[in-house]
Design a protein around this ligand. Structure first.
Ligand SMILES: [Zn+2]
Length: 197
């Protein structure tokens, strides 16, 4: 097999895997106090580093202070983390999530041009930054201001920030996230990646 997918991933990381946290405001999304940007999803075990840098992207992070993290049970509640990051990043998180799931299912598009679309394949996002574009022109880390939020995103934010329980989750969530929740146990199985072949 060609080495080029690996090299293309290294190039994509160089384009889009740049540090951003110190340039972003760090007010807690819930209370406004000084906060840390906390990741929502973790890289599956077995994912090579040249792909796993995407979990460090802002689209997978939410600014939450220590107090609110405790209150929301952030570290232990995947549903709170998913609702918060989904609500904050709207379609940009949906595009990232599609990449995350496609990687886990070994279903990434074979013709993914990682130089033109370093973040995720073209078909996972829209044409504009606010619509989840993963194109080179939209790869610079940007704060979530200006993200287009639909009702499902606003609902998710309310669920994440107004409650610390799982009671309202996940019945009303969209199909993508429900499927993700069903598939999450797959992370304990051996993972194979087309990038490793
Ligand atoms: Zn807070």
């Amino acid at each position: 097999m060609s080495l080029s997918p690996f090299l293309d991933e290294i190039l994509a990381a160089g384009i889009a895997g740049v540090p951003w946290q110190k340039d972003f405001a760090n007010e807690c999304l819930r209370c406004g106090r000084p906060a840390s940007w906390r990741p929502a999803l973790s890289a599956p075990s077995g994912m090579p580093l040249e792909a796993a840098w995407r979990y460090l992207r802002p689209e997978n992070a939410v600014p939450i202070c220590h107090k609110c993290a405790t209150r929301l049970d952030w570290n232990h509640s995947e549903s709170v983390r998913l609702d918060a990051v989904w609500g904050l990043w709207g379609m940009r998180f949906e595009a990232f999530l599609q990449w995350h799931r496609a990687w886990q299912d070994n279903k990434l598009p074979l013709l993914w041009d990682r130089c033109e679309y370093p973040l995720w394949p073209k078909e996972f996002g829209g044409d504009a930054w606010a619509d989840g574009s993963g194109a080179m022109k939209d790869a610079d880390p940007r704060p979530p201001r200006g993200v287009r939020r639909l009702k499902r995103h606003k609902d998710a934010l309310v669920r994440a920030l107004n409650t610390g329980t799982l009671k309202t989750y996940p019945q009303r969530i969209c199909g993508k996230l429900t499927t993700f929740m069903d598939a999450k146990n797959a992370t304990t199985l051996p993972l194979t990646s087309s990038l490793e072949q």
